[in-house]
Design a protein around this ligand. Sequence first.
Ligand code: SAM
Ligand code: SF4
Length: 328
Amino acid sequence: MGALLQDGHGRTFEYLRLSLTDVCNFRCSYCLPNGYQKAPGGPANLSVDEIRRLVTGFARLGLWKVRLTGGEPTLRTEFLEIARNVASVPGVRRLALTTNGYRLAERADDYVNAGITALNVSVDSLDPQRFADITGHDRLAEILKGIDKAREAGIASIKLNAVLMRGVNDDELHGFIKFVQAHGLALRFIEVMRTNDNVPFFEQHHLSGIEIADRLAALGWQRLPRAAGAGPAIVYSQPGLPGEIGIIAPYSKDFCASCNRLRVSATGKLHLCLFSDHGLDLRPLLQSDAQEDDLVDRIMVLTGQKAPAHRLHQGHSGGTAHFASIGG
Ligand code: SAM
Ligand code: SF4
């Protein structure tokens, strides 16, 4: 493993979230309520070779976990080729995918063969009508079938992501508990976050994850110790029973202290924080394998400048219009 990548606040980075495209076929009400709108004349997405060089540079600095995200990453025509390339970069030990589950049932075997070892599937409601209202697609049954297929295909780590929304799905805690316990699955409740495009939605529907944590504790769920390389979720389980529920609560105190991730957009911009004002361009250093040392130096210098915490509490959610543009 290479030298560890650190910032000026004692945090070490092991985990890269890489967006493959801004494009999405869903219309989630908190993300792209009017669907994906193509911005005219923007730069192309990183090519397969640029992605391989990028991940090689990060892996030299000790990053061992990569998550492919988007937009909907599986819409990239070269998706499997990208996954294979990333999985074979020396030092990459875990390749994860975050997806809305589109065509998962048909493609789960291909994902495993391409080297994907962990999967997060967005399922914001277990009620078919509500799922359709949130995402714009009446596809809950198809996506749940995809999750079954992914397990059969041998993906060991499968998590459901559910964005927590007051007045939308906050009455579904018991349904989600029954589901994760029946299927032995992990679920992550993510607090809805404010972006530049969703301010009224956020103000109407934001619900603190701590409220859900309190409800779980009242039902006898217990907090689990944080696993090595784990994300920001505070994870609970009910002793003696299968299934776990994690809570990602970026508005809670000290959320940023354990940050272990960096993000790169589909066009090669490094985002030191999900809520940063803009990305820092790495693409000029991805044009040939001979630039690898310069790329590594630049990643180290830029990461050293990461701010200690986001400024959400001051009403500042950065320059991001929606998370489809950076991968959430
Ligand atoms: N399209 C894929 C999907 O939905 O899983 C990957 C990209 S999506 C941007 C990644 C994650 O971010 C999803 O779990 C999604 O629910 C979450 N997300 C998007 N916008 C969000 C917001 N404003 N607040 C909280 N989570 C959000
Ligand atoms: Fe698409 Fe994912 Fe955003 Fe939903 S959350 S609109 S699936 S990018």
